[in-house]
Design a protein around this ligand. Structure first.
Ligand code: CDP
Length: 806
């Protein structure tokens, strides 16, 4: 062999497989403005739809007069609930087992609710005509406070079900009650509290926020009357689910519905559900016989399509005097708005909220969640989190700090004392979740050393003395958190949506020349799937990542999948991709054995080839085997080299992380400077470290937005006061702090490549870390808990309440 023969390591590097900081292939088109988004789709004869929306939060609709709107030149049709009733589509089912008005049917239940849909030759005419629809309303008393929703005299939000004692998730105890869901062992938790030395109890509120993707929700519906087929382009995180739901609602056979999700500009959960805009566009296309486009504007996006959080969590911890946690309790009121359109797996009306015991070895725990109706927009999606995990992480991490404060312990020491130990994995939590793997102490220690934690605390102590002496008006806060996520929904025993198990899929076809295509049921919205799935295939099959096309978002070509949200792509479809590769590789091995005239077992894999054991000069590369698969297969074997895998994960994956944040708070202005933010993440095997870093940066920036200023706020009359980017804080590069990222690697034992999800970790861990830092700054003055968001005004108010402005 000549010495220019590349080594195994050199051949592996050329593949750009797992572990490589491969540049994002999709960015070639994105950075040149050559992406293809829904708004780029222009079909011949296309019409445009726009909504007339309710100015009231709660009102009876006495009359809708569409005469003036219909008379405007360019208007083709105006649809109301009465029109939709003729096709039985005035109401639609939600993912949570409720029903939701498509267009106002007798009442409006939240501000900006859809009342009429105007279809016109261009978007401007549609918008003008929407203003001309005349609606007579009779205002009704409204309620936007979830804590008052079940009061005796609370306004009846849902007249359609007011007498129903049973909902989709069990008994209802009030006309505005949706469900009560409990997990854990109440008796054991109560017993732990009874014997505890120290307890804390705090109402921890995670306000209503919104995923606010840069691209709003939109679609183009095109119904072909001759073929009886519907093509629906849209911003869909879960295209197959949209196809199935679309078929069930419209009664168009599923094989005659073609759902295409082109490039998507951010989703973060907002683009999971089905919205009135989609239904109205489909009906409008059927009615007019022409394609119809619907595009949300920013106000519509922030005020009507799915919000996130709005969890009001009374959280309690019980401890021994020396800081060992004995128990946890949490009673939560979840505000779902006017309809329960929450996106969760069917059996979990409060999602995976029971991950609330976090990263700690807590022997007894219990949670109870009551969902309630209010006069707010429906939704309740996992905004860059896995089904309510962010709410859980926020509650436990704030509560941990509050308990440490009461015990007089350092919050990092208190966490270290209670973290689940490495030897306890696989660890079964008090809620029954089996955490797959972890090495928490190592991660926290690494984080403490990286930021020089003890030095920071010493500096803080000095600064506090200086503050007391009046030498400074700035407070220093140090936030420490440790989070555990539960991602990869999910195992069919736990998770389904409308009865469809939450498996996912990959179909890989290797072409004769050794290139190939991989099609998946997931859908990237910016996560870089075209880059990373190809890296898994490169390592598994020994073919260069550059030779693999990754295609998602077309229900006609992709195998059935449940879509991308809840960091499930890597845990579920990443696994399906590896398993499909292994099926292909097994066939390739048989072809290689036949060609090399040896038994299958006499071959071993070496990066990109099968070679004869003990005789490495004799080998067949995967590229050679691809060619052979199309003309030289063993007798009796069918030609071709492809496989499909539907992967039902045996368990979730449990990524984790240790974050530290340092802030300086000016008590006279309420201004908060983030001096430092350090994020250590462990997502198991890392496919693309550069993409992971990008995911962490993005998620931390969103967490910064949430913790420091985001809230979808309603006034007492139900007016949403934060429905534009003038009022809803979306951080830009100017405000965004510098991020320091780090990692440890603890592979998942049940995932074929050991990978866990990562996309949402920084949002889950980031929010409590910022909030703990701000709260930590005020702690030495006796403050226990300041609610998010920590904007200047609220921070100034917190300082004021502590008497700092006298
Ligand atoms: O479902 P979603 O794509 O939002 O989340 P994810 O599975 O956490 O993946 C986000 C991005 O990070 C994808 O491009 C993944 O391939 C990449 N990733 C990675 O490189 N290594 C991991 N262990 C996990 C994710």
């Amino acid at each position: 062999m000549s010495d220019i023969t590349p080594t195994s390591a050199e051949r592996a590097a050329k593949l750009e497989g797992m572990g490589c900081k491969r540049k994002r292939v999709e960015d070639i088109r994105f950075t040149q403005g050559k992406g293809n988004y829904v708004d780029d789709i222009k079909l011949p004869g296309m019409l445009y739809g726009d909504f007339t929306r309710s100015p009231h939060a709660h009102a009876r609709v006495k009359k809708i007069d569409t005469t003036k709107a219909s008379a405007l030149p360019g208007v083709v049709s105006v649809i109301t609930a009465e029109t939709l009733k003729t096709v039985n589509l005035a109401w639609m089912p939600t993912l949570a087992g409720d029903v939701q008005m498509v267009l106002a049917d007798g009442k409006v239940l939240f501000q900006n609710q859809e009342v009429a849909f105007v279809i016109a030759e261009d978007r401007y005419t549609a918008a003008d005509a929407a203003e001309l629809v005349e609606v007579e309303y009779e205002a009704l008393p409204c309620n936007v406070d979830p804590l008052k929703a079940m009061a005796k005299d609370a306004p009846v939000i849902r007249e359609d079900i007011k007498d129903k004692k049973e909902g989709a998730h069990g008994p209802r105890k009030h006309y505005n009650h949706i469900f009560n869901w409990q997990a854990g062992n109440k008796a054991a938790a109560d017993a732990a509290f009874a014997k505890a030395d120290v307890t804390i109890k705090e109402m921890i509120v995670y306000p209503r926020v919104h995923p606010c993707p840069l691209e709003t929700c939109q679609c183009v519906a095109s119904f072909d009357k001759v073929k009886g087929e519907l093509t629906l382009y849209g911003t869909f995180q879960a295209p197959h689910v949209i196809r199935t739901v679309g078929s069930l609602i419209s009664k168009i056979p599923e094989h005659k519905i073609h759902v295409i999700a082109p490039d998507i500009g951010g989703g973060f959960g907002n683009k999971v559900g089905a919205y009135p805009g989609y239904i109205c566009s489909i009906v409008a296309s059927i009615v007019t016989g022409r394609p119809v486009k619907w595009t949300e504007d920013r106000i519509e996006n922030l005020s009507t399509t799915a919000f996130a959080r709005d969890f009001h969590m009374e959280t309690e911890i019980a401890c021994t005097r020396d800081g060992k946690i004995l128990g946890l309790r949490c009673n939560t009121i979840a505000d779902h708005g006017a309809f329960d359109a929450c996106a969760n797996a069917t059996k979990w009306p409060a999602g995976l909220f029971s991950i609330i015991s976090g990263s700690y070895d807590i022997p007894a725990a219990h949670v109870s969640v009551d969902g309630v109706y209010t006069n707010k927009a429906p939704g309740g999606v996992a905004y860059r989190c896995s089904f309510r995990v962010t709410e859980a992480a926020y509650a436990i991490e704030r509560a941990m700090d509050i308990m440490a404060q009461k015990l007089g312990m350092d919050p990092a020491d208190f966490r270290m004392k209670n973290l689940i130990r490495r030897e306890q994995f696989p660890y079964t939590s008090a809620f029954g979740w089996v955490y797959d793997s972890g090495d928490y102490q190592t991660a926290l220690q690494k984080a403490m050393q990286a930021v020089n934690y003890s030095k920071l605390r010493a500096e803080q102590a000095q600064r506090q003395e200086a503050f007391k002496r009046g030498e400074t008006r700035e407070l220093m806060g140090i936030g420490v958190i440790f989070f555990t996520e539960i991602v990869g929904a999910g195992p069919s025993r736990n998770c389904d949506i409308l009865g469809i198990a939450m498996f996912d899929s990959a179909e890989i076809r290797i072409h004769p020349t050794g290139s190939g295509i991989c099609r998946l049921g997931t859908k990237s919205q910016g996560q870089g799937h075209e880059t990373t799935y190809a890296q898994i295939i490169a390592t598994e099959l020994g073919l260069p990542a550059d030779n693999i096309t990754v295609e998602e978002g077309n229900t006609d070509t992709a195998p059935y999948g449940l879509g991308t949200y809840g960091s499930r792509s890597t845990p579920v479809s990443g696994a399906a991709t590896a398993m499909a590769c292994r099926k292909i590789k097994a066939k390739a091995q048989m072809i290689a054995a036949y060609m090399l005239e040896v038994h299958d077992d006499d071959l071993e894999w070496d990066v990109d080839r099968f070679r004869v054991k003990g005789n490495p000069e004799r080998f067949k590369t995967m590229t050679e085997l691809a060619w052979a698969a199309y003309h030289e297969v063993p007798p009796g074997m069918e030609p071709g080299l492809e496989a499909v895998d539907y992967y039902d994960p045996p368990n979730f994956t449990f990524p984790f992380g240790a974050y530290v944040c340092v802030v300086d708070v000016d008590v006279d202005t309420g201004m908060i400077k983030v001096r430092r933010f350090y994020a250590l993440d462990d997502c198991g095997t890392r496919i693309n470290p550069m993409i992971i870093e990008g995911q962490i940066h993005g998620g931390l920036t969103e967490a910064f937005g949430i913790a420091m200023g985001q809230e979808i706020h309603y006034d007492d009359d139900g007016n949403v006061t934060t429905a534009s980017l003038m009022d809803y804080f979306l951080p830009t590069a100017v405000e965004t702090p510098h991020w320091e990222t780090d990692w440890t690697t603890t592979p998942s034992p049940h995932h074929p490549i050991g990978a866990k999800g990562v996309g949402e970790s920084p949002n889950v861990g980031g929010v409590p870390c910022f909030s703990n830092a701000v709260n930590d700054a005020f702690k030495f003055l006796g403050s226990t808990h300041i609610q998010m968001p920590h904007d200047n005004w609220r921070t100034w108010m917190a300082a004021d309440k502590l008497g700092l402005h006298q």
